[in-house]
Design a protein around this ligand. Structure first.
Ligand code: C5P
Length: 309
């Protein structure tokens, strides 16, 4: 039997980062938002001796070191039973190194689909434990929450009420891959602690009180300065600051960064407005934007409303 799903991407609406812990990880407080840009993952039992991953689709992605294989292997170890090999196909649409957590989302979906394929029931606690062992962003995706406050290393996920209505995101992923490890290391050298703390508290309160699409779009100027990794990302890739300046000039809106970059986003009250702004931007592409990927998405997906290329 074949099991298929569409693992989605996320953006960080806010990202507060604390002092590194003894294990080297940084405590986070971040509002994660699932967005309508997804990969496609298919899992079936196979005859070979090892799990095999085949990657296709418009975005190039290495097989070696892929979190999909790590997730399958951790689940097999945890089950402690002889289990058949898996043939896994990944159709990649979510850019890599863009702060969109596509690899983590793929890993979360692999845990679900491989468990189904092997007929293993997983308690919520074991799912969370395996997810956290694969990577810091995986527990958010395992939770299935459309929006959540994520804390600790990423393992504490508090689902929040979803946004009412249908906001539109305009997302730009430049051809700059920022390593998460390098961004956190650079963060430690800079004094940007405290960024995102107040914004995270206020956004959580606003979501809990009920936020609609138009009101979320009005948060963008606040989100712009609520990512503690922005100064580190710009030190690593100064072109990111130029890109944000030109996006803000061209659209007349504030743009925020997700995760450790390199994707930037702004929020509109509707997907149509996001797509319209994307088309205008694409007609005027120059500099770093010329080689960027652009997406207008809603929050449900699975696919963008509009994209370029
Ligand atoms: O857990 P994950 O593999 O996604 O993390 C990648 C790297 O990012 C870690 O090795 C660590 O250097 C950094 N990181 C961190 N604190 C976090 C999450 C990630 O320092 N909460």
């Amino acid at each position: 039997m074949t099991f298929s799903a569409r693992p989605p991407a996320k953006v960080n609406l806010t990202l507060e980062v604390g002092e590194p812990r003894d294990d080297g990880f940084h405590p986070l407080r971040s509002v994660f938002l699932r967005i309508g840009l997804s990969d496609r993952l298919t899992v079936r039992q196979a005859d070979g001796e090892r799990d095999v991953l085949a990657v296709g689709g418009p975005v190039a992605c290495p097989v070696e070191g892929n979190l999909v294989l790590r997730a399958a292997s951790l689940l097999r170890q945890r089950a402690g039973l002889p289990l058949p090999s898996l043939a896994i196909e990944l159709e990649k649409h979510i850019p890599l190194g863009g702060g969109l957590a596509g690899g983590s989302s793929n890993a979360a979906t692999t845990l679900e689909l491989a468990a189904a394929c092997w007929g293993i029931g997983l308690s919520a606690a074991v799912r969370l434990e395996l997810a956290a062992a694969v990577g810091s962003d995986v527990p958010f995706f395992i939770s299935g929450a459309p929006v959540a406050l994520v804390e600790g290393r990423g393992e504490h996920v508090r689902p929040l009420p979803g946004v009412r209505g249908r906001p539109g995101l305009l997302l730009v992923t430049p051809p700059l891959e920022i390593s998460t490890v390098a961004a956190f290391a650079r963060f430690d050298d800079l004094a940007s602690r405290g960024t995102g703390e107040r914004e995270t508290d206020e956004l959580v309160a606003a979501l809990e009180a009920g936020l609609d699409a138009g009101a979320l779009a009005e948060w963008t100027p606040i989100l712009r300065d609520a990512n503690a990794l922005w100064p580190a990302a710009v030190r690593l890739e100064p072109a990111l600051a130029e890109l944000r300046d030109s996006l803000e000039l061209a659209t007349g809106r504030a743009w925020a960064m997700t995760g450790s970059g390199s994707s930037l986003f702004t929020i509109y009250p509707s997907p149509d407005e996001a797509a319209e702004a994307g088309r205008r931007l694409a007609a005027d592409l120059s500099g770093a934007l010329a080689r960027a990927r652009l997406y207008a998405t809603d929050l449900a997906g699975p696919d963008p409303i509009w994209r370029q290329p």
